[in-house]
Design a protein around this ligand. Structure first.
Ligand SMILES: Cc1cc2nc3c(=O)[nH]c(=O)nc-3n(C[C@H](O)[C@H](O)[C@H](O)COP(=O)(O)O)c2cc1C
Length: 348
């Protein structure tokens, strides 16, 4: 049987012969047995599925996000008339709805922690530092090893200055930091005209405890159906070609900013993981490839990394991690290059 590990194909018998390598890494201060994390998505919303990922040797799991908007939408739906006509009932139902969404999430954290021995990272999708931040304490109490803040920013409002938009990151992280002691990862949007400066300021600020950055979230993307001439949804899953955006920024920032970076978007195979590690990532997050190939994809990716390490005579990730970051690469300018000034592979 052949195992597809990116552009390389290895026979499973060859993989079995591979000497076990030390794939362990430290991410957000957590010791992971390997750098392959299941990213936040619908696949991490049940203990059974999390167990399957652990059985396939995932390094850690990020739970499906608890959405600030989802909670607010739950509260708002069907409540408008109640609010004015039956204020007491409204208050009761308001608390009840909130209790359910949060309780289910906290139960998931606690049960996942009991079921598997890999780190469980909780996730909150947020757009403000409002009421929801008190939930962070409950997330910690339930046993989460870390909290990933999925701050959804789209700088689409022409009235809003970039500083105003980006201040949200600082406000949210500060408010959450004041309440919890578990490590915090910030999952970022790629939309910033001053990304390197923003990440550096976030990393250096003494106001909060960001332990690492996840670059980048891949947002829902709109599309247009030209037959019906209506708005539609673009492809939900990434392609392997999409790895380049986070590769550039992890390469640029990992050596300069002393925090852990996890790559997210476009990591589908072992080759992509190796590239991100060479660029300086402490870990990678995989989602689309798991939807498309199942949990076994993790084992295949790990086998591919070990095989490559064997070929290169590496025994541990530390032997090569960051070797091609901006600070270490022979040609770091490649990370900053944005123009095609000469002919590439016959394309002019
Ligand atoms: C179906 C689906 C659901 C997702 N749900 C979440 C979520 O709840 N929270 C979050 O931070 N990211 C979510 N994401 C984004 C992924 O975590 C990830 O950042 C993105 O898919 C890019 O990684 P990939 O190229 O490996 O798919 C979701 C992605 C998909 C495809």
């Amino acid at each position: 049987m052949n195992v597809d590990v990116g552009q390389r194909e290895y026979r499973t018998s060859e993989i079995e012969k591979t000497i076990m390598k030390d794939l362990s890494t430290t991410y957000l201060g957590l010791k992971l047995k390997n750098p392959v994390i299941v990213g936040s998505c619908g696949l991490t919303n049940s203990v059974e599925k999390i167990q399957e990922f652990a059985d396939n040797n995932a390094g850690a799991v990020v739970l499906k996000s608890l959405f600030e908007e989802q909670i607010e939408a739950e509260l708002a739906s069907n409540m408008a008339s109640y609010q004015s006509d039956y204020p007491d009932a409204y208050d009761y139902i308001r608390n009840y709805t909130r209790g359910n969404a949060v309780d289910d999430y906290l139960t998931l954290i606690a049960e996942a922690k009991k079921a598997v021995d890999i780190p469980i990272i909780a996730s909150v999708n947020c757009i403000s530092g409002s009421e929801w931040v008190s939930f962070a304490e409950s997330v910690q109490k339930a046993g989460a090893d870390a909290l990933e803040l999925n701050v959804s920013l789209l700088p689409s409002n022409p009235q809003k200055r970039s500083e105003e938009t980006e201040q949200l990151y600082f406000d949210i992280v500060k408010k959450v930091s004041d309440r919890i002691s578990i490590p915090i990862a910030l999952k970022m949007s790629r939309y910033s005209a001053g990304l390197a400066n923003l990440v550096t300021r976030l990393a250096w600020s003494t106001d909060h405890k960001i332990a690492g950055f996840v670059l980048f979230n891949r947002y829902y993307r709109p599309d247009i159906n030209i037959d019906s001439m209506t708005m539609s949804t673009a492809e939900i899953f990434s392609t392997p070609a999409e790895i380049t955006e986070s590769l550039r920024w992890i390469g640029l920032l990992s050596g300069a900013v002393k925090k852990d970076f996890a790559a997210s978007t476009g990591v589908h195979d072992s080759e992509a993981v190796i590239k991100q590690l060479l660029a300086g990532a402490a870990a990678v997050q995989v989602v689309s490839a798991l939807y498309q190939n199942g949990p076994h994809r993790i084992s295949e990716i790990l086998a591919g990394i070990e095989k490559w390490m064997e070929e290169k005579s590496f025994t541990a990730l530390a032997d090569f991690r960051g070797k091609l970051s901006y600070s270490n690469a022979e040609n770091p300018a490649a990370y900053e290059r944005i123009q095609f000034m000469k002919q590439f592979a016959g394309i002019s």
